[in-house]
Design a protein around this ligand. Structure first.
Ligand SMILES: [Zn+2]
Length: 279
């Protein structure tokens, strides 16, 4: 049994062969959490989860990059974002579906700032929305999935700002997804009681500091995810990522920790089942 705790089969990258990939997930008895990034993809994640109960689950949320209109080029997959303002009412209604297991992805992304938006406005709008999503998670007793990306100019700043918001808000039922910072920052999330989730980035060359984070993070605090369609692990790099490739991430965690695949897989599976309350 494999669990991919963060994928986007709800995205248009899977519009042609999504049904085949989902059929394979059902045949393999995998579990996959499809994570929303705006209202439309959150709705799609809920639809998929309702249709494939026990295999697919949903997280609903507004990703910080969707607060502004912009062109992106993510790992050779270009896309445009439209501006969306967070609607508490719309997301709360969606989050009440029984197959919704988390709020997210939410958080802070300082990597791409649209040229016409001043830095303060850019950061403040993200923080405001992030806080609204934390409030919703707390109100519904759901965990939240955090996205965090630093700007090139100020490494560590987005992570520090997220930590500051969490410290003040004091609801610590979260996972920091696609962790890609250093051990000092990882330790701060762990001290707060959050989980840390790793993607295929840990399989890429020249990720020494991240390898150190994997090594030092206790096995009962780790989850594995693909973030498909993005971030395909090294062995399939250049391809569109898929949930089944989560095995390569679990493999890499096992290798770094000097443990057997099965031991690590059992641990990350148990962690995900507990954290998201999967049935
Ligand atoms: Zn994602």
């Amino acid at each position: 049994m494999l669990i991919d705790t963060h994928a986007h089969l709800n995205f248009s990258a899977f519009k042609d062969d999504g049904p085949d990939i989902i059929q394979q997930i059902v045949n393999d008895d995998m579990k996959v959490i499809n994570v929303g990034s705006q209202l439309s993809t959150s709705k799609r994640a809920v639809e998929l989860a309702d249709k494939h109960q026990g295999n697919l689950y949903a997280a609903v949320g507004l990703h910080p990059i969707h607060l502004f209109a912009m062109d992106y080029d993510e790992m050779e997959m270009p896309f445009k974002t439209k501006k969306e303002d967070f609607s508490q009412e719309a997301y709360e209604k969606l989050a009440e579906h029984k197959n919704v297991v988390a709020i997210g992805e939410t958080g802070l992304d300082y990597f791409h700032r649209p040229k016409d938006i001043a830095e303060m406005e850019f950061i403040n709008k993200q923080k405001w929305t992030f806080l609204k999503e934390l409030q919703l998670a707390k109100k519904l007793g759901l965990p939240y999935i955090l996205h965090c990306r630093d700007s090139r100019e100020k490494p560590g700043q987005a992570y520090k700002d997220i930590l500051a918001v969490l410290k003040e808000f004091k609801y610590f039922k979260g996972v920091i997804h696609c962790f890609s910072s250093d051990w000092d920052i990882a330790a701060k999330f762990l001290d707060m009681g959050l989980m840390i989730s790793f993607t295929g980035i840990i399989t890429y060359p020249k990720t020494n500091e991240l390898t150190r984070v994997v090594k030092k993070t206790p096995l009962d605090r780790i989850m594995a995810e693909t973030d498909a369609p993005y971030l395909a692990p090294q062995i399939v790099r250049g391809k569109r990522n898929e949930p089944r490739f989560v095995r390569y991430i679990i493999d890499q965690i096992a290798e770094i920790k000097g443990k057997e695949f099965n031991e690590v897989n059992e641990a990350v599976t148990r962690n995900a089942n507990q954290f998201f309350g999967l049935k």
